[in-house]
Design a protein around this ligand. Sequence first.
Ligand SMILES: C[S@@+](CC[C@H](N)C(=O)[O-])C[C@H]1O[C@@H](n2cnc3c(N)ncnc32)[C@H](O)[C@@H]1O
Length: 324
Amino acid sequence: MRNRDLTQIINACNSTRFINTGINAKPFMKWAGGKTQLLDELDARLPESIVKEGTIESYVEPFVGGGALFFFLKRKYLVKKAYLSDINKEIMLGYKVIKYNPEGLISELERIQKEYLDRDNERRKEYYYSIRNIYNKQMQGFDYENYANSWIKRASYLIFLNKTCFNGLFRQNKKGEFNVPHGRYKSPNICDWRNINEVHKALRDTKIFCGDFTKAEKFIQMNSLVYFDPPYRPLNTSSGFTSYSKEGFEEEDQKRLADFFRAMDRKGAFLLLSNSDPRNNDRHDDFFDKLYDGFKIERVKANRHINCDAGKRGRVNELIIKNY
Ligand SMILES: C[S@@+](CC[C@H](N)C(=O)[O-])C[C@H]1O[C@@H](n2cnc3c(N)ncnc32)[C@H](O)[C@@H]1O
């Protein structure tokens, strides 16, 4: 090894404080737009002070979804306090159940897993649709505000459906119903108890809530690290965009978010945001360049599905925007 290489390695080691966080959690659900592909790029762009200290005093993620970056940070850094939210009630219910009652959830999932795996393919399919039916019916009149024992069963259905549905993705129609058909996985790991326990540990000192991203405002302070990962802007209005929630996220919302970003910048928080790059399709499209004018805008390569056909993967540009 050349001396220069060795010096570079030593410098890199000195600039990052390696800590044993004792946490090995990963997302408990596969989620559309999950950022696992982008983790290294995001990690390379964290504020210097965080990398140096190995500590994040306060982390806020208002579009948390499956939480790929949050769990990554929990594995690598000491995250002292975190505020996680999303507009999707079902995934936030999942987080709360893992925070408050992991054992109850694990025993429900063990039961479902046994019932499901003991059946042949045809019966598994029937079982899947019967749970999907109960899940969708239960939605009407369900109390998402006050934590109760009924949440545990609902979270177990959510995870079961996610692990056994086609493509493993959560998707709702306009009425909010889960409408993905049955998938044919041979032996899905429905009850991943090890990870549920790790997620439970990761959620200590975390506030979990549901709502529009602006609801996170009161938790964003000077030096908070905030990561925004909003829904992608549809390529054009006629593209078959699948919404995460019945509310959708329109161009007006992207503008609202940019205003919020500017307001949080004035508070002195460290802001990191990712989004799809519209220039993948139209090299003159400067929608985000204009919205985030004055901030650092970078384009990085990522692997992702570039259209509705899940089979068609491609290397496309993603935008990473930061205010530091
Ligand atoms: C690209 S996904 C986030 C994925 C996440 N970073 C992950 O790794 O799984 C965008 C998220 O924004 C949420 N969302 C949509 N509209 C929202 C709004 N107005 N306020 C807060 N969250 C919203 C969706 O439910 C979805 O989970």
